[in-house]
Design a protein around this ligand. Structure first.
Ligand code: F6P
Length: 325
């Protein structure tokens, strides 16, 4: 591998709270270790369009507490084409960028993997997504904040659900993963969670009605993972038809879940991973995602990180089931 003296940094895909803390950590740690830092705006789109400026320590002052990403973000379709990636590589060379830190989720790290292999570019990934769907790390940057945001929303919904004795289906993000729904259900004391990982023959609504609606409780909250076909609306409609005795409402939390000041947990996670990313380059690592497992920094090859099978522990399903009686 050629010597690395200048590192490019970008955020890509859905923004997540804590991305700014990660940008700050990467920038400061890189500068402290003698590297130059180039900030790339709008993710891979900015690499293709040459939206690149040099960053110094003061560029990342006063951002650790801010949600979103100061570098902006995008889901780049051009980067999915060979032509687009060629342009991106040309701009990297033009700007003297030797290596990249990519902060993003599954799609962004998939792009990183392809780019790294195609052009022999050293890349370190940081797991930046609210979905927590990257393998090899206990948590992703933004997940903890979003869990807390959902929990606060559900606490509020609970007040009105109880007063009107209603069933609420609360739809949360997560793309194809149920971590947000399952764990926010536990945190908010909800009666059930309907998540994509539980692909049993049994109907999850049927199970909930049998288990969750009892004489002692006149209101219920069910967290539902977003899904084009069977989101909260779908289940509410079914209850209206199949169990007309219940009064049902839907609340889709939407993008408010992605905003807000990052939690202490996400700021610390982002700071640790940002520093670790620069250490990784200095150790000769490349094409890995940084993660934290059992409180230790780990290197996860991109191919493992992006596998779509991060499991939800059976134990968590059981905790919710037992506590919602
Ligand atoms: O991957 C993060 C995420 O927030 C998913 O949970 C959600 O499905 C998606 O992004 C929404 O994307 P957009 O902001 O483009 O609507």
């Amino acid at each position: 591998m050629g010597k690395i003296s200048c590192i490019g940094i970008l955020t890509s895909g859905g923004d997540s709270p804590g991305m700014n803390a990660a940008i700050r950590a990467v920038t400061r740690s890189a500068i402290a270790n003698g590297f130059r830092v180039m900030a790339i705006y709008r993710g891979y789109e900015g690499l293709i369009n040459d939206e690149i400026v040099e960053f110094h320590t003061e560029n990342v002052s006063n951002i650790i507490q801010r949600g979103g990403t100061i570098l902006k973000t995008a889901r780049s379709h051009d980067f999915e084409t060979t032509e687009g990636r060629k342009k991106a590589y040309k701009n990297m060379k033009k700007r003297g960028i030797d290596a990249l830190v990519v902060i993003g989720g599954n799609g962004s790290l998939t792009g990183a993997r392809i780019f790294a292999e195609e052009f022999d570019v050293p890349i370190i990934g940081l797991p930046g997504t609210i979905d927590n769907d990257l393998n090899g790390t206990d948590s992703t940057i933004g997940y903890d904040t979003t869990l807390n945001t959902i929990m606060e929303c559900v606490d509020r919904i609970r007040d009105t659900a109880t007063s009107h004795e209603r069933i609420f289906f609360v739809e949360v993000m997560g793309r194809d993963a149920g971590f947000l729904a399952q764990n926010s259900a536990i945190a908010a004391g909800a009666e059930a969670a309907i998540i994509p990982e539980v692909l049993t023959d049994a109907d999850q609504l049927e199970q909930f009605i049998k288990r969750g609606i009892r004489k002692s409780k006149n209101s219920s909250i069910v967290l539902v993972s977003e899904s084009p076909k069977c989101g909260a609306m779908y289940y509410a409609e079914r209850v209206r038809k199949e169990y007309p005795q219940y009064d049902v409402r839907v609340s889709i939390l939407g993008h408010l879940q992605r905003g807000g000041s990052p939690s202490a947990g996400d700021r610390i996670l982002a700071s640790r991973l940002g520093v670790a990313a620069i250490n990784a380059f200095m150790e000769g690592q490349r094409n890995v995602m940084m993660g934290i497992k059992n409180d230790e920094v780990v290197y996860v090859p991109f191919s493992n990180a992006i596998k779509s099978d991060k499991p939800i522990k059976e134990e968590l399903l059981n905790v919710l089931a037992v506590l919602s009686i």
